[in-house]
Each structure stands twice: as C-alpha cells, then as structure tokens.
Design a protein around this ligand. Structure first.
Ligand code: PAF
Length: 279
C-alpha cells in the first residue's frame, strides 16, 4: 500500500491506473476505522482493480467545534488496517492540502437535506458535499462506497453527484453491527462501560418496531420507539422519523412509501448515536 499525502501525487498514480483501463473503487472515511469500514473496503476490493481509501477528518462538516476537536484520530493504526485489507492507496492529506483556500461552495441539496440531520446539524451536509465532491474530482472513481448507517448522507451524496454530473456509481453498503446489535461507529469508543451495555437498546427497539408497525400507524410506531428508548437510563432520543427511503421525506401513512425507513438519533450520555431500519 502507498500512503499518499498530496493530491498531485494521487492524481498521477491514478492517471497511470486509468490509462491501463483499471477500475477504481473509493472508500471515503474520517479514520478511526472499524469493521464497518473494513466491510466497505472488502466490497471495493472485490469489485475494482484499484482501491483508494481516504482518511480525512473534514472540518467543514462539523457544526460543533468540540465534536471536531474530540473526534478520534488513529492514523497509524488505521494505515495498518488498510494495509492488511489490501488497499492500494491511502490518501491521508492535511487540512491545508484539501482546503488550500476556504471552500465557499454552497450546494443546492434540496429536500433530502432539509429534514432530520439537516436542521439538527446546520451546514453539515454542505460540508459533506464539499469534501466528497473534492474527493470524487481527485480520484474520479468508478465506484464509491458508503455505509448505510449514515442513511440520509447517501441521499445527499446522490443529489450532489446529480448536481455536479459525476459519472460514477454510488454503492450503499449494509450497516455492520456488534454481536449485541449496536451499529459500529467511531463514536462508540466514547461510551462508558455502563452506557455501552445500554446502547444496544436502540437496535433492539428498531427491530421490534418492525413487528409493531404491522398493526400500528406510523405515528404510533414513532411513539413506541421514542418511549421505549427513552425509558432506559442515559438514553435521550433527539428524533425518530419514518421517511421514504429515497426522498427522505417523512410519511404519515404506510401507504405513502414503498420503502419506508426509520431513522433515529439519540444521545447515550453525551455521545450522539444514529441508526436506522427498513420497514
Ligand atoms: O461518513 C463519513 O465518514 C464522512 O461523512 C465522509 C463521507 C467520509 C465525508 O467526510
């Protein structure tokens, strides 16, 4: 594996690969890699000739300075994992390399970005669109891989791809979970042992809500999930929305969507966790 810190060098390497007709898979990450990331990399490895993984904690997508400051940074351990996973190129740039000047672009992300995480984290999706569009421009991947834990992010990235006219395939990959059901996340390391024991209630509740939904309304199902999760110590639901899985718009009746999805954000202590389920 080659560890590359400059955009220029990565472009050169990938131009060589492209001139030999090779396909390129990109897995954008913010590091603190876990098995969820590795599953994206394995998929990219199976489907492409060349695999590029970026590790970059993107400041423009953090709307909370403390969250940016405390985001786990484990680059050396991450690179060892990438090497073991058979990655060809790890892009590990500095902030100055990715943003030689401030990125002032404002993307017209439309309705997919106006709900759930949109209003909760102002500027977050615009920052994601900025960095992912830069990465797509640098790498020009054949395919790019994203985990479905960030369900709404995938819809936002699809919209950005449409706006910018990128010719590539977005590959959504299933959520990886611990044995107790908790969705893998770089933020889980911030949970205390007691909180870590309680946090699996999120997925347990989402799963049981699928049965509940069979004979309850959308509103009743939302109430069920919120009340159940909130009944546990340390847990505080920020929102639970049931939306159409493509448009991300909330539904009020099951008949309004062929692919409803429930998206939850909750605090476990002061750690913000997200998860989702398909109905
Ligand atoms: O999902 C993430 O880790 C980030 O939002 C991404 C896509 C790597 C952009 O910084």
């Amino acid at each position: 594996m080659e560890r590359i810190t400059t955009v220029k060098e990565l472009r050169q390497r990938l131009d060589e690969a492209r001139s030999q007709g090779k396909t390129i898979g990109l897995v954008p990450t913010m590091g603190a890699l876990h098995q969820g990331h590795i599953s994206l990399i394995e998929r990219a490895r199976n489907e492409n000739d060349v695999v590029v993984v970026s590790i970059f904690v993107n400041p423009t997508q953090f709307n909370n300075a403390e969250d940016l400051r405390t985001y786990p940074r484990t680059v050396e351990a991450d690179c060892e994992k990438l090497e073991a996973a058979g990655v060809d190129f790890a892009l590990v740039p500095s902030v100055e390399e990715m943003y030689p000047e401030p990125d002032t672009r404002v993307f017209d992300l439309g309705p997919v970005a106006e709900v759930m995480e949109g209003p909760m984290r102002p500027g977050h999706f615009n920052g994601v669109a900025q960095i992912v569009s830069k990465l797509f421009d640098i790498v020009r991947p054949t395919r790019a891989y994203f985990g479905e834990k960030d369900f709404q992010q995938i819809a936002v990235i699809r919209r950005m791809v449409e706006l910018e006219g990128f010719d590539l395939e977005i590959v959504p990959c299933p959520i990886k979970r611990h044995d107790d059901g908790l969705a893998m996340s770089s933020r889980n390391v911030r949970l205390t042992p007691e909180q870590r024991e309680i946090a699996p209630v999120i997925y347990r509740t989402l799963k049981s809500s699928v049965d509940w939904a069979k004979n309850h309304t959308v509103e009743e199902t939302k109430r069920y999930v919120i009340d159940e999760v909130n009944s546990f110590p340390h847990m505080q639901v920020e929102y639970y929305e049931i939306v159409d899985g493509i448009t991300m718009q909330p539904i009020t009746d099951w008949s309004q969507s062929e692919c409803p999805a429930g998206c939850i954000t909750c605090y476990c202590g002061d750690v913000r966790l997200i998860d989702n389920i398909k109905y």
